[in-house]
Ligand binder design. Structure first.
Ligand code: 5GP
Length: 313
């Protein structure tokens, strides 16, 4: 938040593989930060699983007699976005000085991407990279982001490419299981350069574990006899739901029946069900977002996030 020299040497990385802080913690602002706004920014980045480095690099701006007499050290570097971030307050004087330095930095190092960010702009920046619309404080039951919007989009595109290769020239029917599949289905189908009809099943589950039963509450509207069917699922946990749905679809006599699941909680499987295409294998956590809910909330998050254990039944 302030000029560079004062804090040189206190560097820290966050997100995956964070290094240990090296400065003595102060009671108000956690180490290594000099300002509460920096600690808050790091907390938000950690929540989203976005990697960060704290003051990793100083950029010399002015020399006198071969000595560096002015430098600028942006507060953060976000490697995934290849972006340096300098946080600003609303106080005018300091900002004028920062603006001058950032302008100079951009002129002298045109390859470096740097952004001056006010507190209120943090979520606007994150929204630009696909993280919005809610901030951590709007999601009290959510612990952290597990799969970022970028990784989701990339993997969905890879799955679409695989499916396209396998079904080349053959029309297919995509069957989604409501409601958790909506985001995945919508993204996947738009990437398939194939003739693909779509249809949906709705189910209701009752009981739990071995006693779990699944009832079809909305059946297909398309006749799938003799057609290639690709069942699109949000998440496979014990496998009970998928097993029941596959039995139901088999009875309709499709030419072929395959499964594409976005998420696979393989460690919890009770019934061995065939998954032909899998987006991500995930740990035994209850997840929300990208169509998946917790008590009907959080379906509209553009990422997959983990629900805090204390909120689960
Ligand atoms: P299974 O029958 O495989 O045990 O469970 C599959 C269904 O349980 C999914 O279609 C989904 O509705 C629900 N489910 C299982 N795990 C999760 C999870 O982590 N989050 C959410 N939101 N739903 C889940």
């Amino acid at each position: 938040m302030t000029s560079s020299g004062r804090r040189r040497g206190r560097r820290r990385s966050g997100g995956a593989g964070a290094a240990a802080p090296v400065a003595t913690p102060s009671p108000q602002v956690p180490s290594p930060f000099a300002h509460p706004a920096e600690a808050e920014f790091a907390r938000i980045l950690d929540f989203y699983g976005i990697q960060w480095q704290y003051e990793p690099r100083s950029f010399p701006l002015r020399w006198e007699g071969g000595q560096i007499v002015e430098a600028f050290t942006p507060d953060f570097y976000l490697p995934e976005f290849n972006l340096y971030v300098e946080l600003t307050t609303l106080r005018g004087g300091l900002n004028t000085e920062k603006n001058r330095k950032v302008r100079l930095l951009r002129q002298m190092y045109p390859e470096v991407r740097v952004k001056l960010l006010k507190k209120r702009d943090v979520f606007r920046l994150l929204a630009k990279y696909g993280y919005g619309p809610l901030g951590p404080d709007d999601m009290p039951e959510v612990d952290r982001v597990l799969i970022s919007p970028g990784r989701l989009q990339q993997r969905v595109a890879e799955l679409a490419a695989e499916i396209e290769r396998d079904y080349a020239g053959q029309p297919l029917v995509l069957v989604g299981v409501l409601r958790g599949v909506i985001c995945f289905m919508a993204d996947l189908m738009r990437l398939l350069h194939l003739h693909a009809d779509i249809d949906f099943l709705a189910i209701s589950s009752y009981g739990a574990g071995d006693e779990k039963g699944v009832r079809i509450v909305k059946d297909l509207e398309e006749d799938v006899r003799g057609r290639h069917v690709l069942l699109v699922e949000d998440i496979v946990d014990t496998g009970m739901t998928l097993n029941r749905v596959l039995d139901h679809l088999e009875e309709k006599g499709p030419a072929s029946l395959r499964v594409c699941a976005l998420l696979d909680k393989r460690a919890r499987r009770l019934i061995d069900v065939p998954l032909h295409y899998v987006g991500f294998e995930i740990p035994d956590e209850f997840v929300v977002g990208y169509g998946l809910d917790f008590r009907q909330r959080y379906r509209n998050l553009p990422f997959i996030a983990v629900v805090k254990h204390e909120h689960l039944p």
